[in-house]
Write a protein that binds this ligand. Structure first.
Ligand code: XMP
Length: 558
């Protein structure tokens, strides 16, 4: 029998947090089979989560130093008794990291967690650094490679893999590597068995003999690892997952939970933005408590052309939400008058929004909860201790209003929100809508904001977005919009010289808005749309296209 590897004493030092405030984490309670992903800081961790969910298995991601023996305690539906959250864990995935196992402060799994995993014989998959950590703990060597390996590689199987994560893989498969260190396994006396090698390293994958513990030196979660999905799926099956986590499953479970949390008489108030997240969250809440959900949709005067009326109509007529539209453009324009500083504009818009929302909410009686469309990447970011993007426009609202927050989408990635939305029958004009910032056109008009400038930009933006839709380009783009620049340029129209405004067009591809590439338009499209804008919008005589990626630029100009 092989032994459980012990954490060397140097791993038990201060860099392992043994008690953390897990307020947010314990909220993620779900009595459903799950995979736990322990994050050591890899850029790909969220991708592992999404791939596991795509395979219909629910998973949770925890930074290694925020995951301790208390993290998985689950309260059992209001009776305050705690269930054993570990009993739902089918497997653990250890992520990659930019660290080496030899670094002085190399990250490690909390000791009690490690013991729990071994005591319960929970299957483990270590990826890249996770695999090196496993090999190191099992007494094998992890050495600094002479050749660092990044990008495409091919692995060849070295054993009969019927009962391993490499089951059904073809003899030679493309994978994606990204590592400096490599694993070496002793020829004799090792608890590990090599199951795949690559052209440049002797251990591309291994298993612990007699256990469901595996390590892969490459990244099965990335698109370019052709066999990655099969490997993850094999691991989930070996871990005994039933793979039944589907949108309809999520909807049933969430509606049941919401009914329990909110009770039979409390009311919930929620701000809608017209975007996917808040709309899907509202429909789930409405399914649970009906018209005790009160939605508020504010026209701050910085929305797209006719957006207020169109979205309000969809909310009422298609989604049957109990929604109130509040038209307060003038209030926002007055507050913004003469202000050009981007951060100040953002703050003014945020503060005004809270003021309006608070006033409206106070008119509803028995409101105890505030609904929000928070999604999983925001949760992971906040557990990880990173600053939440200042994009969270209603930051501070829950504290100010002394309400409990309900966040039905806390567990979902963006693409899952869309799948749930589809299942709920939410129309495509909401589901496939490009992201739009809370401060709206306010941060796309560079410099100070006036009603006239908003009107001009709305017209330009509408021509641009409608053209994208007409040409079938809209759904290939993550986000597109027009920006009004604070400069004038010389032009010639008819026989006269003009000195008028310049607009920039922006269109990017992205998966999460954190990084973005420019969308490569056909030149004909850009030429056509530029012509349309200059001919149809009085006051604009020049159109430019923004060709900057993020980083180093951002998606919005302010
Ligand atoms: P940046 O400009 O930071 O934008 O590259 C990334 C994504 O966030 C959106 N964004 C905002 N969303 N309030 C929001 O609700 C904001 O203040 C805000 N600023 C940027 C942006 O549109 C993009 O999708």
């Amino acid at each position: 029998m092989s032994q459980q590897p012990q954490l060397p004493s140097s791993y038990e030092d201060n860099n392992i947090a043994t008690s953390t405030s897990n307020d947010k984490v314990t909220n993620l309670e779900l009595t459903h089979e799950k995979i736990i992903i322990i994050d050591f800081g890899s850029q790909y961790t969220q991708l592992i989560g999404r791939k596991v969910r795509e395979l219909n298995v629910y998973c949770e991601i925890y930074p290694y130093d925020k995951f301790n023996e208390n993290t998985l305690k689950v309260s059992s539906g209001g009776e305050n008794a705690e269930q054993d959250g570990w009993s739902f864990v089918r497997g653990v995935i250890l992520s990659g990291s930019h660290h080496s196992v030899h670094d002085e402060h190399s990250p490690r799994v909390n000791e009690q967690v490690w013991n729990e995993i071994h005591k319960r014989q929970i299957p483990i998959l270590g990826i890249c650094f996770g695999a090196q950590m496993l090999a190191h703990l099992y007494g094998e060597q992890v050495v600094s490679s002479v050749i660092r390996e990044y990008g495409r590689a091919h692995i060849q199987l070295t054993s009969n893999n019927e009962d391993t994560i490499l089951s059904q893989l073809s003899g030679d498969s493309q994978v994606w590597m990204s590592h400096g260190d490599s694993i070496l396994i002793k020829e004799e006396g090792s608890q590990l068995e090599i199951i795949a090698k690559s052209d440049s390293i002797p251990v591309a994958a291994f298993k612990v003999k007699g256990k469901k513990i595996f390590g892969v030196q490459f990244h099965p979660e990335v698109h370019h690892s052709h066999c990655g999905k099969l490997i993850l799926s094999n691991f989930l099956k070996l871990a005994g997952c039933s793979c039944t986590w589907t949108p309809s499953h999520f909807i049933d479970e969430t509606v049941k939970n919401l009914k329990q949390t909110i009770g039979e008489s409390d009311h919930v108030v929620m701000a809608l933005s017209g975007g996917v997240d808040s709309s899907v969250a509202a429909v789930l809440l409405q399914k649970a408590i009906g018209d005790r959900l009160h939605c508020i949709f504010v026209d701050n005067g910085l929305l797209r052309l006719n957006e207020f009326e169109q979205v309000l109509e969809t909310y009422r007529d298609s989604l049957h939400l109990n929604v109130k539209g509040v038209e307060v453009s003038t209030l926002f324009y007055d507050a913004l008058k003469g202000e050009s500083d981007p951060e100040k504009k953002r703050k003014i818009i945020g503060a005004k929004f809270i003021e309006v929302f608070e006033k409206e909410a106070q008119q509803i009686s028995n409101v105890k909860h505030l609904g929000q469309g928070t999604i999983y990447p925001d949760v992971v970011e906040s557990i990880g201790g990173a600053t939440i993007k200042s994009h969270h426009n209603v930051g501070g609202l829950p504290e100010k209003m002394h309400m409990k927050v309900v966040e039905p989408l806390r567990l979902l990635f963006k693409d899952e929100v869309r799948r749930v939305g589809k299942e709920l029958g939410i129309p495509d004009n909401i589901l496939l809508r490009h992201p739009f910032p809370g401060p709206g056109l306010g941060i796309r008009i560079l410099g100070d904001i006036t009603a006239e400038k908003v009107e001009l930009l709305q017209k330009v933006d509408a021509i641009y977005v409608n053209s994208l839709k007409e040409e079938g380009l809209y759904n290939q783009i993550w986000q597109a919009g027009a920006i009004l620049l604070p400069i004038h340029s010389v032009g010639v129209q008819g026989d006269g010289r003009t000195y008028e405004k310049v607009v920039a067009l922006r269109a990017v591809t992205s998966v999460d808005g954190m990084t973005a590439d420019i969308f490569h338009f056909p030149w004909e499209f850009l030429g056509k749309v530029s012509n349309k804008i200059i001919n149809q919008v009085k006051g604009v005589n020049r159109v430019v296209y923004d060709i900057s990626t993020k980083p180093p630029s951002t998606i919005e100009w302010e």
